[in-house]
Structure formats: C-alpha cells, structure tokens
Ligand binder design. Structure first.
Ligand SMILES: *Cc1c(COP(=O)(O)O)cnc(C)c1O
Length: 358
C-alpha cells in the first residue's frame, strides 16, 4: 500500500493503526450493524464513546474535577470570539502576540469591544521567538498560543500567572505534559494532533463558567455545553469517535504525554540538527530557545531552490512541505503521528538535496 509521509500543517497525518480500526468498524460498529456516524448522539453506545474520549483527555493531561471537558464545533477560530464573550469580566484582558493566530484572537477582542491590551509581542522580529510574557495578576485572563504553527515557535513552558491563563494549544495538543497550575482554559482544534477536522477540545475551570456576558447567545456560552455534556446540539459524532481512537493510541501505544514528549523531542532534535549542520544551506526561522517541536519552518539560502525542494520531496513520497503563504520557505510539521523513521527519511533527502545543489 502506498501511503505518503505527510508533513502537512493540518489537517494532518493520522496513525495507520487508527485509520485501520476506523476502517474495520466503519460498516459495523461493535457488532451492532451500523456505523457510529449513523447513530443518534442520544444513544448509550455513542455516549460511551463521548465519555471515553473525555476521560482520556482528563487522564492524559491530569485535569482535576475543577475542570470541565467540552467538545465543540466552529474550529479553534471560533474560540477567538468565544473566549472574550465568556471570560471577559469588565476589567482588562491581556494578550501575548506571537503570530498569526494570536493576531486573529486579538482582532476578535477588538471587534467585541472589550478592554484589552497586548502585553508582549515578537512581531518586530517576524515572530521568530517567544517574548517574555508577564500577565497582571488582576487581569480577567491572560491569553497565549502555546505553539505558533506558521512561524514554528513554542513556549518551552507555559507562563505562570495570577490570572486565569487561556491557552490555544491547537498545534501542540496532546504532544507533551503541561503545567496546569495557572490554566483557566485550555483548548485546541484536534485536526493537527488529535484526529480529523471539526472538533475543538476545550478544558475550562468550572468557576469560570458563570462569567459570560449576558448578550452572549446561549449556544456560544461554555455553560450551555457544560450543562448539556457537550450535546446541547448534535456534536461532531464521527470526529469525537476518531479523537477517542487517537487518544487510545497515545495512551496505549505511546505510553502517555510524557512518552509522547520524549518522542517529539527526539524527532525535532534530529531535524534541527540537520538544519544547523547544513553550513547555512538551510536556515531555521525560529530562534533556538523558541523552536517548536511540532512545526519546523526553514528557508533555503537560495530561495529559488525552495519550490524545487518541495516538488522533489513530493516525487519521493513526502508531501505538505511548502511553507505557509505568510512566511514562505519550507515547513515540516512533525506532529504526534509522524515517527522517527519518517524524519530520518526527510533528513536523508535534505542532505542529498544540499549536496546536489550546494
Ligand atoms: C490551525 C490553528 C488554528 C485555527 O484552527 P481552525 O480549526 O481552522 O479554526 C488556531 N490556532 C492555532 C494555533 C492553529 O494552529
């Protein structure tokens, strides 16, 4: 079977074992004679899937009973608006601007007319680093994006703060353990690291559920979905089923988030090592202390070679390597489902490409 190595930034590759299980169960789920996507979300059999996925999220991250787990729709992008609608409490919201996705979140705060300030930014150096982030203790919330998918930067650790920390973890979801001590709300679209597009995982501290601005539509209040077990309306049942399989793979095949983190660190070290050893042929975008373990964005010194690189890699069965249009260059997304051997193949190609064109 000809599966390519898929370095796409999202949606992105899913482990073969997970795809095969979904394939096996597609026509006949658990001997019931139907697919899980053909059955009411109000059935016991679907609720088992839903609760298994919620329990696995809770278990992997160690979210205590102080948190509610939600599976929402509208993408991570809807959270840019839902966060201020639900968590702004009439004081000030603080944002750290580390790229495209935080810029969009800040824009939504502006559209909603809340009082906010940008307390740190790395825009002046093309978002090539994580700036120092210090939120005010009395802010309504402090907002960060833990991994910047386009620029390839990542917070080595989440910042500590006295206010509730809101984290967009879309592109490093389920990739490492996180210190939850400051976290008020932690979310991500699952399509990078946790399955197909269409489900947003939200973990939110229960004491924050009552803050929503009264003008917030019922369906956009976290409390509505928390009270309804994420089924105030029909959830993305098949997406949640796929997420549950992915979480099972992370726990049972990999061994949990600490083991996943080790695996991701090894992969990233291999790839950054190849970039650094290329004698300037390849140039990483992110400053070293801020390098992402998930998205490795780099350029070729002779930019005219970049489309050639992408085309030749594709001919060798490695797709998704073209950089995002705002940054250009090359981007290799090495999410959870990419394994060490996949990265070894990429760096073998890179060194051969550099030898031929250097
Ligand atoms: C992909 C991405 C988003 C946007 O996700 P959608 O589900 O397309 O709305 C937001 N934040 C980050 C960090 C992302 O990587």
């Amino acid at each position: 079977m000809d599966r390519v190595i898929n370095f796409s930034a999202g949606p992105s590759t899913i482990p073969l074992g997970v795809l095969k299980q979904a394939q096996e169960e597609l026509l006949n789920y658990a001997g019931r004679g139907f697919s899980i996507m053909e059955i009411s979300h109000r059935t016991k059999i679907f609720e088992e899937v839903l609760h298994s996925a919620m329990d696995r999220v809770r278990d992997l991250y160690g979210f205590s009973d102080d948190f509610t787990i939600l599976f929402l729709q509208g993408g991570a992008s809807l959270q840019f608006a839902q966060v201020p609608m639900n968590l702004y409490a009439g004081g000030v919201a603080e944002y750290a601007n580390t790229g495209n996705w935080t810029s969009k979140a800040i824009k939504e705060a502006g559209v909603l007319g809340i009082n906010y300030r940008v307390i740190a930014s790395s825009e002046d150096s093309k978002f090539d680093r994580i700036p120092e982030v210090k939120f005010s203790d009395d802010a309504d919330y402090g907002y960060i994006c833990s991994n910047n998918t386009i620029y390839g930067t990542q917070y080595p650790q989440l910042p500590q703060c006295g206010c509730p920390l809101v984290v967009d973890s879309s592109s490093d979801l389920f990739s490492r353990p996180v210190d939850l001590s400051s976290v008020g709300m932690f979310y991500g679209g699952i399509q990078k690291n946790g399955g197909p597009a269409g489900v947003t995982m939200v973990a939110i501290r229960k004491d924050l559920l009552d803050r929503a601005n009264p003008k917030t539509p019922m369906i956009l209040r976290y409390k509505t979905q928390a009270d309804a077990d994420s089924m105030s309306n029909t959830p993305n049942t098949f997406g949640i089923y796929m997420l549950n399989l992915m979480l099972g793979w992370i726990k049972d095949e990999i061994g949990g988030l600490a083991a996943m983190h080790e695996r991701n660190k090894r992969k990233a070290a291999l790839l950054y090592g190849a970039i650094d050893a290329s004698g300037g042929f390849y140039r990483g975008h992110a400053q070293k202390e801020s390098r992402s373990l998930m998205n490795v964005s780099f350029n070729i010194a002779d930019a005219a070679l970049e489309p050639v690189f992408v085309a030749q890699a594709e001919a060798e069965g490695m797709i998704g390597l073209k950089g995002h249009r705002v940054l250009g260059g090359i981007r290799a997304s090495i999410y959870n489902a990419i394994n060490y051997e996949d990265v070894e193949k990429l760096i073998a190609f890179m060194s051969e490409f550099a030898r031929k064109n250097g």
